[in-house]
Design a protein around this ligand. Structure first.
Ligand code: IMP
Ligand code: MG
Length: 183
């Protein structure tokens, strides 16, 4: 365990078991619809890679990368797309794949942006749900784990671009973040 991690919240084993279940649920939900899974970079990269190996139906993947505008102290919800999809999603069944939903502002923005392209359907799959901090109501069709209001890293999630390579979800020490709840 990295010494910056004060607690392992979700073990590698638990993550992998849950992802296998989610993959089966998604396969059932999207049978015969050739869904397109849209990963939100970079946090969802590991999750996406493991998840699709458990979805035993034909599917496509694509990625979108975003940057949040930090409008002062309070996140404004304004998001800039830094890498757009390669695919056209009009008439398609889209499954957005996220690592974590916190306030819901980021995914809320993305969802509206993608809805404007008139897909047939759009649902959200998130490995983690930090529900206590939700500002915007966002329905999560497929959810891995609900977690408490703590800053977590690992399995794709970062603090200042680090720790994404940890195979588990851990709580980062306040000594590292320098905050009680850092971004
Ligand atoms: P939201 O817009 O508040 O839902 O924030 C979503 C984004 O904030 C996520 O996609 C993450 O990039 C980041 N984030 C929120 N909570 C955490 C956390 O505990 N660890 C790492 N990143 C987080
Ligand atoms: Mg981040």
């Amino acid at each position: 365990m990295s010494e910056d991690i004060v607690e392992v919240l979700i073990t590698e084993d638990a993550i992998q078991k849950r992802i296998a279940e989610m993959g089966r649920e998604i396969a059932t939900a999207y049978e015969n619809s050739l869904p397109i899974l849209v990963g939100v970079l970079k946090g969802s990269a590991l999750f996406m890679a493991d998840l699709i190996r458990h979805i035993a139906i034909p599917l496509e993947i694509d990625f979108i990368a975003i940057q949040s505008y930090a409008g002062g102290q309070q996140f404004s919800g304004a998001v800039r797309i830094t890498k757009d999809l390669d695919s056209f999603i009009e008439g398609r069944d889209v499954l957005l794949v996220e690592g974590i939903v916190d306030t819901g502002m980021t995914i809320g923005y993305l969802r509206r942006n993608l809805e404007a392209r008139q897909p047939r359907s759009i649902q959200l799959c998130s490995l983690l749900d930090k529900r206590a901090r939700r500002i915007l109501r966002v329905p999560i069709g497929f959810r891995g784990f609900e977690i408490p209001d703590r800053f977590v890293v690992g399995y794709g999630l970062d603090f200042r671009q680090l720790y994404r390579n940890l195979p588990y979800i851990g709580v980062l020490s306040d000594d590292v973040t320098g905050l009680s709840h850092g971004r």
